[in-house]
Every structure is written in C-alpha cells, then in structure tokens.
Design a protein around this ligand. Structure first.
Ligand SMILES: [Zn+2]
Length: 360
C-alpha cells in the first residue's frame, strides 16, 4: 500500500506538464451576498462574499504567524515544536468556540487534530469534511504553509454556520503533523470511516498553501479531484460569476492523499503549485505574514464558500425536517465510540522535498 502510494506520488510530477495554460482573467468581486429565496428561510447561493472575510482571515493569519499574540495569549513564531503545536491547538479551539462550535481534540498520541461539526438541518448521515494542516516546519512561521489553509477552514466554519438550511453535516478539521508525513490526516481518515463515528462522508476538501499570486490572475489548482468534485468548483465559479482560472492537477504530497488512501472522495486546493506561481518562501523563515497575498486568499476562499453552499443547499420543503425524536448522538459520543478501537500507526511519508512532490 505504502509502496504503491510512493510510486504514485513519484509519477505525479511527470503528469504535471500537461496542465492547461491560463486563459482567464483576474477574478472580480465574487457576486452579491446570499439572497432570500422568495421569502423562504433558505438562501440561494449567488456567490459568497461575506463582509467579514478579509478582516477575519487577516486576524487569523496574524495570530498564527506570531505578528500578534493569539486570543489565548501565545506568540507563535512557528508551529512545529510540541509546545507550540499545543499552543496553536488552544488558539484553534478558542476560535471554533468563538464561532459557536464545541471543538474537540483528536489526540492520537504523538499529536492531536482539532475538529468541530456543524449539524445538518435535515435527518441524514451525509457529511462533508473540510480540513487543513496547522503545523509548520521548524523555524518557519508557516504563513502560506499553512496558516492560509487554516484561515480558509475557519472562514468556512463561520460562513456555513450562517446558512439556515444544510442538507449535510460539515466537519471542520485542522490537522497536526502534516509536515512530518501526513500523520494527523491519516489518523483522522482512519477514524471517520468507522461505523461508530456515524458519518457517511460524501467528500473531503483539504487546503494547503493558498497565499501567493504574483501574476494576479487569481488562479488556483484542484489536486486529484475525485468523482464530480472538479465540477463542483467550476459550477461554483459560474454561480459566482467569476472568471478565475481553475486548474486540475495530479499532485499529491498533502492531506487529501490520506483520505483518498482510506477510500474517501477527496480533493486538494492550492495556489498554482504546479503551474509556476507559488511562494518562493516555501519552508523558509521568510514564509511570513508579510509575504502572503491576503486578497488572493480571500478570492479562493469565496469560491470555496460558494461551492460549499451549493453542496448543502436544500429546497424549502426539506427545511428543518431534522427528526428530533431520534436525535443523532453527539459528536463527543460518536468520537468516543469510534476511538474504542485503536488506530494503526500512520506510515510516515518522506518529507520536505518539494521537487519530488513529497510532503508539504
Ligand atoms: Zn503544507
């Protein structure tokens, strides 16, 4: 399994040369806010552009990269050591709580993921997972890699909670120990497929590095989109009236790989990692707040929010049909049941070598 995986990621870079050229223009404003659907409570997606987005993401980036102390009182010069990762988790839990969530720690021994669930408003087990790794390499503030991804997940958590109607549950998760070999995401992927966890995972979206756009075209890449997931983003682009180029690539080396290996329909979101417009500060001390393009981050985030809304939108007939006579067990109870059985140790994948498309 592992050998096959390594072989597959080593062949990835060979396939990358065939990626299409940019042909779009810069993304404009991603459209109007949600509109009321004929007086019903369910809003219709016409492009997600919440007014708080830029400010919220700027604040998250500043706290994650040590520009300012976190709301929990830590200064995170990097997010690699045991103590700094613990301090980061504390901050992330506080952020989820500030959005109205009851976040949980998925402690698997060497590290811990932070996750939270937004319930559907109908009776279902269908669940979308949106995640990003929060750790950095030693000595790097990890602004692009991957405070940007964390800021996208937190924005999605805030945005989705503002939607009145949701046909699926959404789990938001921030992974530990991606940089040493996709460990946190592998551990989480082992967990969420267990029947005790009570989730029929329909799609997993992970984000890694989304803060560099030197040519200003707002293009981003979708990595190994399974099933109809590429279409989900191109449809969202139409809904939003956006012209940003969206490229499909075959690169792995980050968290979506873990989920695909455990059988989940998955996709990775990133800046133009393959198409040549990616941060030159990768894994360096200069991967700092100052070198992140926050307008670009917000641009990709808007598209992801629109995709998310389109994925969970339901018609008004199904509105709030959640059967309260058979309440779903709490996330804490389902997590507890699912973790009675131990998980396998995660296979450590080679790290730190971008040219080979390994862990980033
Ligand atoms: Zn990364």
């Amino acid at each position: 399994m592992l050998a096959a995986h390594i072989a597959s990621i080593l062949t990835v870079s060979l396939a990358l040369a065939s990626c299409g050229a940019d042909d779009g223009k810069a993304d404009g404003d991603a459209g109007a806010d949600l509109v009321d659907a004929g007086g019903a409570e369910c809003a219709t997606a016409v492009g997600a552009n919440p007014e708080w987005l830029l400010g919220a993401q700027d604040s998250d980036l500043r706290q994650l990269t040590g520009i300012e102390a976190t709301m929990t009182g830590a200064t995170l010069a990097e997010r690699s050591t045991v103590s700094n990762r613990a301090a980061t988790r504390e901050f992330l839990q506080a952020r989820f709580a500030s959005l109205g969530y009851s976040p949980m720690l998925d402690n698997y021994g060497t590290g811990a993921n932070v996750f939270a669930e937004l319930p559907a408003t109908v009776e279902t087990t269908d669940t979308i997972v949106v995640g990003a790794h929060f750790d950095s390499v030693p000595g790097s503030p990890g602004a692009n890699d991957n405070a940007t991804g964390v800021a996208m997940v937190l924005a999605a958590a805030r945005y989705a909670a503002e939607l009145d109607c949701r046909s699926q549950h959404i789990i938001f998760v921030l992974f530990d120990e991606e940089e040493i070999g996709l460990v946190g995401s592998d551990q989480f992927a082992q967990l969420i497929g267990r029947p005790e966890f009570g989730a029929n995972v329909t799609a997993v979206h992970t984000i890694d590095q989304n803060g560099w756009d030197e040519d200003g075209d707002r293009a981003f890449e979708l990595e190994r989109p399974d099933g109809t997931l590429f279409d989900a983003y191109t449809s969202a682009k139409q809904v939003a009236g956006s012209s940003m180029p969206i490229h499909q690539t075959n690169t792995g080396s980050t968290d979506h790989v873990s989920f695909r290996q455990h059988g989940f329909t998955s996709i990775g979101i990133t800046e133009e990692y393959v198409n040549g417009d990616t941060t030159p500060h990768y894994h360096l001390s200069s991967d700092s707040y100052a070198t992140v393009d926050r307008d670009y981050l917000a641009s990709t985030t808007r598209l992801m929010l629109t995709m998310l809304h389109s994925s969970v939108i339901i018609d008004t007939a199904a509105l709030r049909s959640l059967d309260s006579s058979q309440p779903r067990a709490s996330l804490a109870k389902r997590y507890q049941a699912a973790t009675v059985l131990e998980r396998d140790a995660s296979p450590l994948r080679p790290t730190g070598c971008r040219s080979l498309g390994l862990s980033r």
